[in-house]
Design a protein. Sequence first.
Length: 248
Amino acid sequence: MSANPERLAHWLFDSFEVSPRPPIDLETLAVRMGIDQVLDTDMVEDGRLVQSSDRAVVHLRLNLHPRRRRFTLAHELAHRILTHPEAPAVSYRRAGNGDDEERLCDQIAASILMPQDWTRRFATRPQNLSTLRLMSERAQVSLSAALVRSREINNWRKSLLRFSLDQGRWRFQGAFGVPIEWHRRIRSAPATHDAINSVPIRRDWDCQLPLRAAESEISVTAQIDRWKNTTVALVELDERLAHRKPDG
């Protein structure tokens, strides 16, 4: 699909008279877009849009984290945009497969929650966890969503890793903003646990973090925020991986 998420978000704010200043009022936006109900539902997937000729309902998974819930609602509203007869995306609607549409709706959701002009205001700030937290708080989105948006709009070249404490060991949980060819190729190394464990609690700490990239062990510059059972690490992976291949 070649629809422009920024153009769609701009059209959305203008057409439905919702302020583009975060945090975006998604509930008002949903009503003005013709969503009859937003229901918290016991289901497997995070969200679902159910539309008929005279009714539209968004179902959101029960007990989603509030910021995950906001992103999911924005994602489902993006699906609604793609079926709106007056939206700029109408000529692109259903142009690709289901995965294409899901990726496009994620991009539209980010453009709604963190409009381009607003995101660019952070371009001169340091590329660190403090800036991500500020974006996250003001837009009411996750750190990972703020990181991905910063890469898209402000030319960030850092990635965000998450770890959790499981049976006394720090375990890798996920990576965001990783170069696409390295998706699912980044993991903990044997020394990752000790490196995280040596970091003071609740204090951004600069260090070298051991990781495994495919079959190789590497060490990357990182800024780490360690909580009792959760750790996030903002790491410089792009340059470190630029001359490597995922297959070795």
